[in-house]
Design a protein around this ligand. Sequence first.
Ligand code: NAP
Length: 308
Amino acid sequence: MQIALAGIGKIAIDQHVPALSASEDWELAATVSRSGTVDGVDAFDSLDAMLEACPEIRVVSLCLPPVPRFEYAAKALAAGRHVMLEKPPGATLSECAELERMARARGLSIYATWHSREAQQVAAAKAWLADKTLKSLHITWREDVRRWHPGQDWIFEPGGLGVFDPGINALSILTEILPDAIHLREAVLSFPDNRQAPIAATLGFRHPGNAAVSCDFDFRQEGEQTWEIEAICAEGTLRLTHGGAQMFVDGAPAGEALTGLAGEYPRLYAKMAQLVRNGRIDMDLSPMRHVADAFLLGRRETVAPFHF
Ligand code: NAP
């Protein structure tokens, strides 16, 4: 199937273009970007121009930051194209609901992707936790914003999510692997004096079995980066490390070597191909709901100004 990629920035070049090049399902047939291009691929500087010139391209994948994404998604759906959304799927929950409504009304596929759910050991962790009694679960997601988002000021603008840009990846794993529904009970959000989005956050959740479920997100971590989930259960302790790529039970390596496609983005594109073939929609907004709740309920503190 032919696909167009819009928003040719960091994640498009790092992940989407290689995943599409290696895929048997997809041919990258056009790009839409005000500045970026991909060698050998037809380039358009506006979505309208691409939609008009390329009626044969039935699928559009959007890699823009969340705030400008809605207009692109709505235009693509209105033009009868299937849509794949980078995470987070939008800037607000209501706009995501509207995109889903538009897709359903037109019989189109839409996919709110969560790349971290496709990490190597997430499925194994989910299977392990399914029949365990959870006592506590703690997420430590600490990374260096200067390393992973160099100069991306949008991330600290309203709708950019700040530390929840990576934190939502942890929440996407959490909402995938936990057998029980949780909801936010408390949060502290740390806003740099000169920014509109938090640079760090701590979250506490209510769990139906009264397990203590908490998160520690920080964008200021230099040196070694930490993306870990530790779940202490009556039957043993699970640790998911390296963003879900490695798993340990009671300290010993565990989990499975996944067969088939290697890598988070190749698996996302394989799922998108299935959704389009089967005329399905996948718009799970649960990670984003927890982030919205943190903005609703969180106590705010002001911390030192941040400059890239
Ligand atoms: P980016 O490089 O800053 O932006 C991607 C592209 O979006 C830009 O190159 C730009 O393309 C376009 N864009 C930016 N602002 C726009 C606007 N106001 N209107 C129209 N187009 C605009 O960001 P990124 O790191 O690729 O992140 C994009 C999305 O991917 C985010 O939602 C992020 O959470 C997600 N993501 C990022 C990473 C990562 O490691 N960076 C990892 C996983 C997921 P043109 O200027 O050329 O049009």
